[in-house]
Design a protein around this ligand. Sequence first.
Ligand code: SF4
Length: 255
Amino acid sequence: MKMAVESHSHQQKPHAAEPLDHSTSLELRFTPQPPGRENLARLAGFNLDRPAHVDRLTDLLSNLPDWQRLARPRGVYRLLKVATLEAHRLKLEDNATYRGAIGQFLAHVQWVAPFVVTIGSALERLARRRMQAGKLLEGTVIDALASELVENAADQLQQRVREWAHDRDLEITPRYSPGYCGLDMSSQMTLFQQIDAARINVHLTGSHLMLPIKSVSGLIGIGPADRVSPEGYPCSRCSHPDCMMRRAPSELPEQ
Ligand code: SF4
């Protein structure tokens, strides 16, 4: 499998177009972005309406280690044409097949971008060491910071795919990750067979979890702008019992 590498940050104007060689995986390296304070507070369990929480969080953040040096956000993805798309089955041009409601969630897409992003393991190891040393709050904030940074890396990769789509008058769907949104956890196997995640040092465990833990994988659909939407989360048609990212109540009948 061939691999192209490029750097990308919010400050840089991305290249106008990807090569249309579908065997090529693209590797991106991102600039770590400052964490969103509200998300960080939510992830670490702080209430920004309470002055004591604000002061404590401010104090912890001002004493954080050099997270820009410890985080190494990077990602890899491919752009693949859809071969066949049914309500519960998606087959791509390389014969990779995903089963489940993802077929329904990706209705109308013509291309799919499987991807993996990571920030590496340094921050999660630091968080663990702090917790083992009894500094639970500090470890929790560092862990939340790492979660925020990897989501930001996924946002940046998604933006790269969006620009590729817009260059062709197409639009993207939200990103869908194994374990959520109609994708069984076992679909990680399919995804990792499609792209060379080892290139960015991300590996699967036997239970389909990723190492480093602060990694995100998934699929982004690309299709006609009048048929797909990046905000088009299918939560009202999803019965996931405890999804933390639910954006609308389920309208499905209770089972
Ligand atoms: S509730 Fe929404 S975000 Fe969560 S798994 Fe279902 S579709 Fe995905």
